[in-house]
Ligand binder design. Structure first.
Ligand SMILES: NC(=O)c1ccc[n+]([C@@H]2O[C@H](COP(=O)([O-])OP(=O)(O)OC[C@H]3O[C@@H](n4cnc5c(N)ncnc54)[C@H](OP(=O)(O)O)[C@@H]3O)[C@@H](O)[C@H]2O)c1
Length: 202
């Protein structure tokens, strides 16, 4: 699959590594593609990255994602799975969308895209290597069943087992995993590591 990841930060790079290892082709999208010659993946402009991809991932800072993606031609997302891994919080770690979520806002802004929220609840080093921890959980939220199924396929490619993947429902449920960000931040402080994740038991 041709995957375009918007962003060139640690999360984009971790995800790129996991996707390439699984056999996918990856391009990273940058605001300054010409200056990002330091990365081991092809880098292109944001709009071109989204246009050329079969699946697009938003791995930009959640506080700027809406503004950033609004500058791109919405047609480049049309009919495509748009995986949103970002957390929208202020620098003081307050939620930017306390009554909603970035995932839901992106779907509202890009009605022809198929937005799926996932991979925002653990660090990149965990989500590309889930077996580095005891079995834990990963969540998906999205309105389009086929897009969600495609996302789950990608999660399996990254090493997540069927049991680990929790389908929360439509994109309105993205506010659950997004609001967990605050708890995740407290946990990483309390335990002194980002190498952690939650496991749902019932
Ligand atoms: N850190 C984690 O463990 C973790 C885990 C899961 C999800 N997330 C979420 O994943 C997203 C990416 O995380 P990250 O740690 O990779 O973020 P980051 O290091 O800040 O990188 C984000 C990239 O987005 C691009 N960008 C676009 N607009 C930007 C702006 N206004 N300010 C700064 N950079 C901008 C930059 O690439 P160019 O300069 O090349 O354009 C930058 O490298 C965030 O929303 C984060 O909340 C993080």
């Amino acid at each position: 699959m041709k995957i375009g990841i918007l962003g060139t930060g640690s999360v984009a790079q971790a995800l790129a590594g996991g996707c390439v290892e699984a056999g996918h082709t990856v391009t990273l999208g940058s605001r300054h593609p010409k200056s990002r010659t330091d990365l081991p993946y092809p880098v292109d402009a944001l709009e071109a990255t989204a246009r050329d991809a079969e699946v697009v991932v938003n791995a930009t800072p959640g506080a700027s994602s809406l503004e950033l993606l609004a500058q791109l031609d919405p047609g480049v997302f049309s009919g495509k799975l748009l995986i949103d891994v970002s957390n929208a919080a202020t620098s003081a770690f307050d939620l930017l969308y306390p009554d909603s979520s970035l995932g839901e806002k992106l779907q509202g802004m890009l009605p022809d895209a198929k937005v799926v929220k996932t991979l925002n609840t653990c660090a990149g080093k965990v989500f590309v290597n889930p077996s580095s921890l005891d079995p834990s959980s990963i969540f998906v939220s999205g309105d389009d069943a086929a897009a969600k199924s495609q996302s789950m396929g990608l999660l399996r490619d990254l090493g997540w087992t069927e049991d680990a993947i929790v389908d929360l429902g439509g994109i309105s449920t993205a506010k659950g995993p997004e609001h967990y960000f605050i708890m995740w931040a407290y946990l990483t402080d309390a335990l002194g590591t980002t190498g952690l994740n939650m496991c749902v038991v019932s």
